[in-house]
Design a protein around this ligand. Structure first.
Ligand code: MTE
Length: 331
């Protein structure tokens, strides 16, 4: 540590001050080292520090202001996750399977021109240019808890509008029971499309009432700016009561069907990822407990785990959608 002298006072330079979370993490590390349990913990800590060094915040993106949403449950008083974390710790398998790969690789994604095709059981099918989709309804800011099936969570201020706004415009036919979401799969701009890890394009699905729920968001931005590529630019789905993987990124097609559509993760491992994938602390994933979660960024080195809430804390808003369903079978 260097101490600078200035006008007779001695004060540390800003970069000399260790943030409290890191300081506490180090103390914890030392305690565990004394107990001989530091190996994995040290690796995890070093990994996070290295990631923060390697991936800088992308430059300022275009502003996308949204009025505060009046939708019930669309905001939370919980501390918002740092932009740096939300934009560098991602799952976007088209750009690699490591959490830092999307931030490193997604600059090749070409987000303009971009169209989203609406098809299937609707009275008004068609293609929407992203510019028209952006203007279709007023943008709102929604601060949502996001919970990944792998056991971590974030709190993110999204900007967009309810998917229901778009669905009403295209007038689903009475037979439409489900909505399928297909995402961009361009091997020229997405280096891992074609890898055997998933079936491409990445696909997701919702039941019609889930898709129409006002909390289901068509998101164009986050933190008051347009989405960075790694978070699913130029348009993605955000379904806050379901595990993160239901929130398909870089959407290119929305199809209305009478049959439950296949989804990328269900096809990859049906016993691990069901169609519903509601956040549920009582139903564990075969490899990960779902009872608790680690909040990215706030947790220092050794996360004091939080209890995961039923439907990710949105039970009052969405519980009714699943009344009478056996959620152990419909996981
Ligand atoms: N969408 C596409 N097209 N490809 C993906 O690999 N990953 C999903 C989901 N949407 C994924 C995707 C998973 S597993 C998660 S947890 C979330 O995106 C992560 O979103 P975030 O990186 O914005 O937090």
């Amino acid at each position: 540590m260097t101490i600078r002298r200035n006008q007779g006072f001695i004060h540390p330079h800003a970069s000399d001050i260790t943030p409290q979370a890191i300081y506490q993490s180090r103390r914890e590390l030392i305690r565990l080292m004394a107990g001989g349990a530091a190996g994995a913990a040290l690796a995890a800590w070093a990994g996070r520090e290295a990631l923060a060094q390697q991936v800088a915040r992308p430059g300022k993106l275009a502003p996308l202001p949204g009025a505060k949403s009046a939708v019930a449950g669309a905001t939370t008083m919980e501390k918002v996750t740092a932009y740096q974390d939300a934009s560098t710790y991602n799952n976007f398998y088209e750009f690699g399977t490591d959490k830092s790969d999307p931030a490193r690789n997604a600059h090749t994604l070409k987000t303009s021109p971009w169209t989203v095709e609406i098809s299937g059981l609707v009275k008004k099918p068609g293609k929407y240019a992203i510019e028209d989709l952006l203007k279709l309804s007023a943008q709102e800011e929604r601060i949502y808890r996001m919970r990944c099936v792998e056991g971590w969570s974030m709190v993110i201020p999204w900007v967009g509008y309810s998917l229901a706004e778009l669905i009403r415009r295209v007038e689903p036919q009475p037979g439409a029971k489900y909505v399928e979401f297909l995402t961009q799969a361009d091997p020229k701009t997405m280096p891992f499309v074609g890898s055997r890890v998933l079936d491409w394009p990445y696909a997701e699905g919702l039941r019609m009432d889930e898709a129409m729920h006002p909390l289901t968001l068509l998101a164009f931005g986050m933190y008051g700016e347009v989405l960075p590529n790694q978070n699913g630019a130029p348009v993605r789905l955000v379904v806050p009561w379901k595990y993160g993987f239901k929130s398909a990124k870089s959407l290119v097609a929305i199809r209305f069907t009478d049959k439950q559509p296949g989804t990328a993760w269900n096809k990859a491992a049906a016993n691990e990822y069901g169609f519903y994938s509601n956040v549920n602390p009582d139903v564990d994933h075969p490899r990960w407990s779902q009872a608790t979660e680690r909040r990215i960024g706030e947790d220092g080195l050794f996360a004091r785990k939080r209890k995961t809430l039923m439907f990710n804390g949105y039970e009052a808003q969405v519980g009714q959608l699943y009344a009478g369903m056996d959620l152990k079978k419909n996981y």
